[in-house]
Design a protein around this ligand. Sequence first.
Ligand SMILES: Cc1ncc(COP(=O)(O)O)c(C=O)c1O
Length: 393
Amino acid sequence: MLDLRAQHAELQEELLDAFSAVLASGRFILGDAVETFESDLAAHCGARFGLGCNSGTDALWLALRGLGIGPGDAVLCPAFSFFATAAAIVRVGARPVFADIHPATFNLEPQDAIRRAEQTPNLRAIISVDLFGRVCELGPLESYCRDRGIHIIQDAAQSIDALDEMGRTIGCQSDVACFSFYPTKNLGALGDAGGLVTDDAELAGLISRLRSHGESEPGLYEELGLNSRMDALQAVGLSVKLRHLEGWTHARRQLAAHYDSLFLEHGAVAADSDAETPAGHDLTRGAKLPVLIPTPSRRRGRQSYHRYVIRVSANRRDELIRTLAQDSIESAVFYARGLHQQPALAEFAPASRAPLPETERVCEECLALPIFPELGIDRVERVVAAVKACLTA
Ligand SMILES: Cc1ncc(COP(=O)(O)O)c(C=O)c1O
């Protein structure tokens, strides 16, 4: 799915120089190196403040705690995301409320989210997840939240360097945006790392204290935080990589465009993010190639294609995965279960039957194909040919 060796071989000298400087400094946690990365990250997002921490999971926890969310509060998030989105809500003592997604974007469907928000007492925040590198378009949900003082936290773990459809950078539509720098992310550390951006000085100050156990002055702890300080070695590595990110995003977008045009040429269907799609509607009915490809962002949007995810009929997916593997092509399912279907979160699942139909359907149909900057157009061609051969056999 991803080969980081080529990226690291190209950056080896820059990375080793940066690591040597840290060794010479003797300062391994926070300090100048982390402050430099924090201002690089803030500048990249056009935000006032950037903060480093230990992981994307911690970043979500810090954002929630920083906004004062805790026991008795509800936080709405999509049911289709990585486990950490909901786990962070539970870990601050709040209750996750799961909303459904739009089948073409894999992100929150604003009208569905508003409907569920209306039925949720003590709703203090929503977490909008920019899944697979596509910024979640909040549309009317943004003003709904602003009018009611509901905070917006952006789970941008997968979307660094993406723009929303109004051309806004990450963080512009939220109170705070959270990043993961897990090694396989578009901007990946050499271990666990995470970060946040915000324009709110008070919030930035509080999060900065919370990541250091809540220490407000040396030896004084006025609230309970975490030990979630960023390592200097990770920070310098991330600063090096951040300088290359735009080029990598460009390469990912070119590969995605190539996937799109080849799939369309072979008769696949492009998902329409503006279309009303009744639940259960077969989006590939009558298609020559029964594959639904993601819609590219329109207007001024820019997807960062953390993943290139197609949809295929549920009863062909396992066969497709097996056939691709025989051709030495890796593919992967993100995610096979909705968050409400995870045993650890069962108590938060909505009571009604089939409560999140689009999420459940996408879980059965989604398939991520290889994408990373060094993948190469010829390998994209091989993948599409193999998908076609399998599904039209
Ligand atoms: C959508 C989403 N949220 C949160 C996280 C958590 O990030 P981390 O693995 O850095 O804790 C991830 C990372 O996998 C993610 O993809």
